[in-house]
Every structure is written in C-alpha cells, then in structure tokens.
Design a protein around this ligand. Structure first.
Ligand code: ZN
Length: 161
C-alpha cells in the first residue's frame, strides 16, 4: 500500500529549522494524519504521496508551502489597556485577538514599552524553512467516519469525548 488520497498515515518525524533547532517532534504516541485533507503542511503532504511503509525521507519545505512568508504589516503597536487586566504581558506571550475580518487570530507579544505593546500577528513559523525527517510507520484505509470528519480517529489522532 502506498500513501495516497484518503489513507490514514502514521509517521515519526523530527522538525528542524535551517539552524538545526528542533521545532517539533512526534512523541512515542506517534502522529497520524488523513492524507489529502489538509491536516499537515502542503509541502510535506506532497512529499509523502506515493511513499510506502518503512520509507524514510528528508523533506525541506519552503515557507510558501508551510506557514507562509512573514508580513511586516502584521506587526503593530496597541495600547496595553486593550489586553485583559488579569494576564501578565511579556515578550513571547501568545494571545487570541480579533483579526480584521472578525476571525480569531493568534498574536504574539514582541515588546512592551510603557503603555504600548508591540504584537506580531504572523504565525510563529511564518518565514521559517521547515526540515522534516520522516519515517512512515503505518498506512491504512480511512474509515467512512474519518473521511466525513476530515481527520484521523484513535490513539494517534483525534479523540472525541
Ligand atoms: Zn472526528
């Protein structure tokens, strides 16, 4: 069986940036995704298509096939009073905020200067080149329910309560 649309694929992976910093790593529970359902970054999904059980691969994904390029317009200064009173605002703190279209976006605090807070609305991995070291450890057909939900169920996937 090879990796194709509607297969549930389990992988072990290590994700590093171009400076060899480990950004993310699958735990021993491993990571399962539904192929063709946009569960993972497109550059990695494309590279896995056609691979088989036991295959090992190194995939280098440029930002435009991962979390996008950085947009400096998403850096902005906002008044400190725009934040909730009961949270500490320090560089690196992530917040949910309302985006220009009313949708919820994640912003990160970059700097606090008196009553002014500089936030960055870019995805933390925007502009980052992603290097995946991947082992394919399982491939199976998705169930009808998984296809309907668009994600994997079970120990390495989505847990419904
Ligand atoms: Zn589900």
């Amino acid at each position: 069986m090879e990796i194709a649309q509607d297969k549930v694929v389990t992988i072990d992976y290590t994700l590093t940036d171009n400076d060899d910093n480990v950004i993310d790593q699958s735990s021993e529970g491993r990571f399962a995704y539904l192929h063709g359902a946009n569960n993972i970054v497109v550059g990695l999904e494309n590279a896995l298509a056609g691979k088989e059980l036991g295959d090992e691969l190194s995939v280098s994904v440029p930002p435009d096939e991962a979390y996008g390029i950085r947009n400096e317009d998403r850096m902005q200064d906002v008044p400190k009073k725009a934040f909730p009173d009961d949270v500490e605002i320090t560089p690196g703190t992530p917040f949910h905020a309302e985006g220009p279209n009313g949708d919820v976006i994640m912003v990160t605090v970059i700097k606090v200067d008196g009553d002014t807070v500089t936030i960055d609305g870019n995805h933390p991995l925007a502009g980052v080149h992603l290097n995946f070291q991947v082992n394919v450890v399982d491939i199976r057909d998705a169930t009808a329910e998984e296809l309907e939900h668009g994600h994997v169920h079970g120990p390495s996937g989505h847990q419904h309560s």
